[in-house]
Design a protein around this ligand. Sequence first.
Ligand code: FAD
Length: 417
Amino acid sequence: MRFSGFRILKEGLTGNKGWAGHWRDAAPKSEYDVVIIGGGGHGLATAYYLAKNHGITNVAVLEKGYLGGGNVGRNTTIVRANYFLPGNSEFYSHSLKLWEGMEEDLNYNVMHSQRGQIVLFHSDGQRDAMVRRGNAMVNQGDDAELLDREGVRRHLPYLDFDNARFPIYGGILQRRAGTARHDAVAWGYARGASDRGVDLIQNCEVTGIDIEGGVVKGVQTSRGSIRAKKVAIIVAGRSSQVAAMAGMRLPIESHVLQAFVTEGLKPVINHVVSFGMGHFYISQSDKGGLVFGGDLDMYASYAARGNLPIVEHVMEAGMTLMPMIGKARVLRSWGGIMDMSPDGSPIIDKTPTTGLYLNCGWCYGGFKAVPGSGYSTAHLVATDTPHEPAARFRLDRFRTGRGLMDEEGTGSQHNLH
Ligand SMILES: Cc1cc2nc3c(=O)[nH]c(=O)nc-3n(C[C@H](O)[C@H](O)[C@H](O)COP(=O)(O)OP(=O)(O)OC[C@H]3O[C@@H](n4cnc5c(N)ncnc54)[C@H](O)[C@@H]3O)c2cc1C
């Protein structure tokens, strides 16, 4: 089934009776070439690129709940490529290029909107750091523009520029950054993988990983055992729990991150605005809701909900930056589970078990990483060699200390990034 403007018009005029399901809801077979644990954005994208780029289609994605029901459907949908350090910089740059071709590639409307992101700064020292980051982004081939105070005011006239604690000095604008419809990204990759023969198996929880003589043999699931030549663990906030089934202790802590959405309003915020000093960021969805969030709840947890101190902190920060949002009514808040790595950068690597691969540690940045991560993980699983843009995402950097990518300069310590 192909989507097109003509098809939508025709279906609209004939009662929308001709749409088929977007993917097959498969039952598990006894054996696959590749089993992917986790039907989130990264697992589905990996399955898609395994089939599309490498012709490997005897693949199952095992999801304990429903496809896209994890963090891929809980995030605040920001897509950008403004990372500073070698390793992250080229990876996110590659991922953003994949975003720019995603809708044509998947024949799926993911509502990717390159509305631009402005990251604010509030002191001379912060300006220097931002200029350095912007230069690194430009050197990587991405876009970055330095805005002075009046430049920011032209784009965001509703901000409080003279706040006594955080006066706005300027910002870095990345025009190619923006947002996308998160569920549609999961559905688009699911559909593309399913069309190429991948089995997408929902309500199938992996409860054990079978290993013999250091080689992976398959998985135990709530729907029986499944043999597999290769297994990829791609479960985001549940990474430590699933990796423990293979005897691994990961350098990952799972933390709650909350987000909020207001009632629908007329268009008022045209960009993604990031107020790092206040731990606050905001955009406006196509439905009109103001979508915003802050920092972690700062305690390890597997609960997909947070607590009131962070709610208060986020609301205060929002009011500090743009007092006008005090008039908007918050409709909902929710939490997701973040797989925080000690240096704030991800892991895409083989494990000590032959045939067992790991993808995790996405911290705050895993939605924008979905296409790049799927592309690179598929390459690793198919060829047993790292894909160049993700080659530095090695697991052993946390054991040896070599190659740490301390993106935010907070040290490779949990809870500080
Ligand atoms: C509030 C919030 C805001 C965010 N905002 C942004 C943002 O603006 N931009 C950005 O880039 N990133 C953002 N993120 C981060 C991003 O959402 C995550 O990094 C990313 O979604 C994680 O990858 P995923 O989509 O594969 O995870 P998930 O969707 O969580 O997929 C993992 C899947 O594995 C399944 N699973 C777990 N255990 C098992 C098991 N034993 N057996 C079978 N299946 C299992 C889960 O059910 C889940 O569906 C945000 C996150 C949160 C919580």
